[in-house]
Design a protein around this ligand. Structure first.
Ligand code: ADP
Ligand code: MG
Length: 139
């Protein structure tokens, strides 16, 4: 299997509930290596740009409002098969459907406020890691 990178975001709900450490602990416990980690308060244009693929979805405005209401933590992760492994660690989009041991089961509230983001393909992971980590920060 190939070494991959993926982008994780600890969303505003999880930051508000003091779950940064709990989520980082699950990430490290799953043997995903943290290459870069930074706290940022997204502007509206940054959140709209990041979630541009969802701009036609009915929840887009709600999602942008949520993602900009407080700081988030962005992490660049690296491991073999990192994209799929981190998606599995996150659990289902709706925390009510997420399996035991996943981030969303432990820390998510509902389908919107679900504690974390993870890239959904190797291709998108490259774009998303580049969105937050310039090459001089994460080589
Ligand atoms: P995932 O984050 O699991 O990849 P999606 O890419 O489908 O899920 O959606 C992106 C984000 O948009 C979700 O993580 C969640 O925060 C929000 N979202 C998805 N579906 C809904 C919904 N039905 N209502 C409100 N927010 C939603
Ligand atoms: Mg997605």
């Amino acid at each position: 299997m190939a070494i991959e990178r993926t982008l994780s975001i600890i969303k505003p709900d999880a930051v508000e509930h003091n779950h940064i450490g709990g989520i980082v602990s699950l990430i490290e416990g799953a043997d995903l290596r943290i290459l870069g980690m930074r706290m940022v308060h997204l502007t509206r244009p940054q959140a709209e740009g990041f979630y541009a693929v969802h701009k036609e979805r009915p929840f887009f405005a709600e999602l942008v409002k949520f993602m900009t209401r407080g700081p988030v933590v962005v992490l660049a992760l690296e491991a073999e098969d990192a994209v799929a492994r981190y998606r599995k660690l996150m659990g289902a989009t709706n925390p009510a459907d997420a399996e035991e041991g996943t981030i969303r089961k432990a820390h998510g509230t509902d389908i919107g406020e679900n504690a974390c983001h993870g890239s959904d393909s190797v291709e998108n992971a490259k774009i998303e890691v580049g969105y937050f980590f310039p090459g001089y920060e994460v080589l």
